[in-house]
Design a protein around this ligand. Structure first.
Ligand SMILES: C=C(O[C@@H]1C=C(C(=O)O)C=C[C@H]1O)C(=O)O
Length: 466
């Protein structure tokens, strides 16, 4: 319970009401409090009934930043394809303008913040599968729990419209106290049983890979990433909190995310950072080139060394490094990266990995960097435009948010986006899982098929399947 003085309630209520009336439009009031240590999954779970379809969850691989949003105080959304990153940034900044922010903590990820993502390809025809998500969709929550480097904060966002009166502020505090009171409810650990696994046209997918391999030998295309879907059916509704809890235990070194919209929930555990901005620095990750983990330590090391020396994978990885370096050089003063990839070992798979740091110039903007980087050749291909066009033409899957940038931006314009892979879409009793792989001129469709099967595994295990 957070205690508030009666005078503060009146003063802040008045401030909000007066400004909204004076400007004739909605005004944000954001209030930050420090809190005792709170389990983020309990917080997510506490919003289950009241904020169903209005929740998000984010944890970065280092555990430095955990964000949980409940309720929607404002939605920024659009199905418009052109200039989508610019429009979202513009709307975010104009939403913040003239608002009140009561935040004495100079910590990123605290205070007003939007969370959401961009679809992989806004020009691809949208199907029923993703009908609950706009192609660009961001939520500014009513309540945001931020656990930043071990410290816990709660942000309450209130929107005053010209028609509201003073009581809005106290009503919102009441809602917050009810939420904090319900934090003790336990998460059900019972997972529904997996009834049916339906691979979506695997043979046709392999034929598509073979067709693209032929084009790669002759044409200007160097690499195309092709993805496929696995549709699962369960004995009862799949609850996001139960899946999150499993991902938390099973994939500690990943970004763990959930983004609910209109009843569906996009959820996953991605190893891949697209970009992070913290003050004057940006961080990106080149991740491409994959091999399985070994059963014994020795086998695991041999597999790792094989990957580090494998020409096909090194070439694929090099494409990503080159592109990310070039994109950052356009808006950073300096770009720093090692000259050789290392290994990133996840539970089921190991990857070639190169971290990149950029020193920001005066106009470096997080969303404009997202635009430049997405999709990297790890998810699109090379050359970028041709590869994305090829995917649009030959891939049967509607990727929706899969493979797109998913993350958060705070009111200081700091934030982070992961590449939304190793993920799935929960639709009541059914879940679609997605996985892709880089196709180059010497790719074999059977190997690529097996690689995508490996990439389904983290989500499959978290859902109680194998
Ligand atoms: C496309 C996916 O993964 C991407 C492709 C990789 C590859 O081709 O080696 C490796 C990591 C990711 O950048 C996926 O997991 O679905």
């Amino acid at each position: 319970m957070i205690t508030i003085q009666e005078t503060e309630i009146k003063e802040r209520g008045l401030l909000g009401v007066n400004r909204a009336r004076e400007l004739g439009r909605p005004i944000l009031m954001s209030v930050v409090h420090k809190m005792d240590t709170t389990n983020p999954l309990s917080f997510f779970n506490a919003g289950k009934d009241r904020y169903c379809g209005e929740r998000f969850f984010w944890k970065d691989p280092t555990n430095d930043m955990v964000l949980v949003g409940l309720g929607i105080s404002k939605q920024i959304q659009s199905d418009q394809a052109a200039d989508r990153f610019f429009h979202v940034e513009k709307e975010w900044k104009s939403f913040l303008k003239d608002g009140f922010i009561f935040n004495q903590y100079k910590v990123d990820g605290v205070g007003p913040l939007m969370f959401g993502g961009f679809s992989f390809d806004p020009f691809k025809e949208k199907t029923e599968l993703w009908s609950k998500f706009a192609a660009s969709l961001f939520h500014i929550p009513k309540f945001l729990l931020s656990i930043v480097r071990g410290e816990t904060f709660l942000t309450t966002n209130i929107i005053f419209t010209p028609n509201d009166d003073l009581s809005l502020y106290s009503k919102s505090l009441e809602e917050r106290n009810q939420l904090l009171d319900s934090l003790r409810t336990r998460i059900s650990t019972k997972s529904p049983s997996l009834m049916r696994k339906n691979e979506i046209f695997p043979e046709r997918w392999k034929q598509t890979v073979d067709g693209v391999v032929k084009e790669l030998t002759n044409g200007p295309l160097k690499k195309v990433v092709l993805a496929r879907e696995l549709r699962l059916e369960f004995s009862s509704v799949v609850e996001a909190e139960t899946v999150l809890e499993s991902l938390y235990k099973q994939q500690p070194a990943s970004y763990i995310f959930a983004f609910a919209s209109n009843g569906d929930c996009f959820i996953g555990a991605s190893p891949e950072r697209l970009i992070k901005k913290q003050g004057d620095e940006v961080y990106s990750t080149c991740l491409a080139g994959s091999i399985s983990r070994g059963i014994t330590e020795e086998e695991d090391q041999i597999l790792g060394q094989t990957l580090l020396a494998d020409q096909k994978n090194l070439i694929e990885h090099g494409y990503v490094v080159e592109m990310i370096k070039e994109a950052l050089e356009q808006s950073c003063k300096e770009v720093i990266l090692p000259d050789k990839p290392q290994l990133m070992k996840m539970r089921d798979i190991q990857h070639l990995y190169t971290p990149v740091i950029g020193k920001c110039g005066p106009n470096t903007s997080l969303l404009l960097l997202v635009e430049k980087l997405h999709p990297t050749p790890a998810l699109g291909g090379l050359p970028k435009t041709l590869a994305v066009e090829k995917i649009r033409e030959v891939e049967e899957l509607d990727r929706g948010l899969f493979g797109g940038p998913l993350g958060w931006v705070d009111y200081q314009q700091n934030g982070e986006f992961a590449v939304a892979i190793r993920s799935g879409l929960i639709q009541e009793q059914e879940v679609s899982l997605f996985a892709g792989c880089g196709v180059v001129s010497d790719s074999k469709s059977e190997d690529e098929y097996l690689e995508t099967a490996l990439k389904f595994r983290p989500m499959l295990r978290a859902l109680g399947g194998k």
